[in-house]
Design a protein around this ligand. Structure first.
Ligand code: FES
Length: 104
């Protein structure tokens, strides 16, 4: 059984019996990783593997369009392109402030 911990969603956890993409599991289990296209195009699903990086599959060419080697080196991946093969903990940046909000 594979357990994914969604650190930026209060440590919510989800389990899966077989390897799946981080984004697919996040959507199915309401993990909260942000996304738009689901196909490696938009760059919305950037996330950081905080633990268990060895339990993710190889970096895909589409990920290289959105992330640098330095970012890969510290655990950044695209959730829609990353398959998990074992337990991982993942975080992601907060959404940008909405136009018109006090923080914008
Ligand atoms: S959701 Fe668009 S790149 Fe992953």
């Amino acid at each position: 059984m594979i357990t994914v911990t969604f650190l930026s969603n209060g440590g919510r956890t989800a389990t899966t019996a077989e390897s799946t993409s981080l984004l697919r599991l996040s959507i199915r289990e309401r993990g909260g990783i942000p996304f738009k296209c689901g196909g490696g195009l938009c760059g919305t699903c950037k996330c950081r593997i905080e633990a268990g990086r060895e339990n993710t599959d190889a970096i895909k060419p589409k990920e290289r369009k959105h992330l640098t080697e330095e970012q890969f080196a510290v655990g950044w991946r695209m959730a829609c392109q990353t398959f998990v093969t074992g337990d991982v903990s993942v975080s992601w940046p907060p959404p940008p402030p909405k136009p018109g909000s006090p923080a914008a």
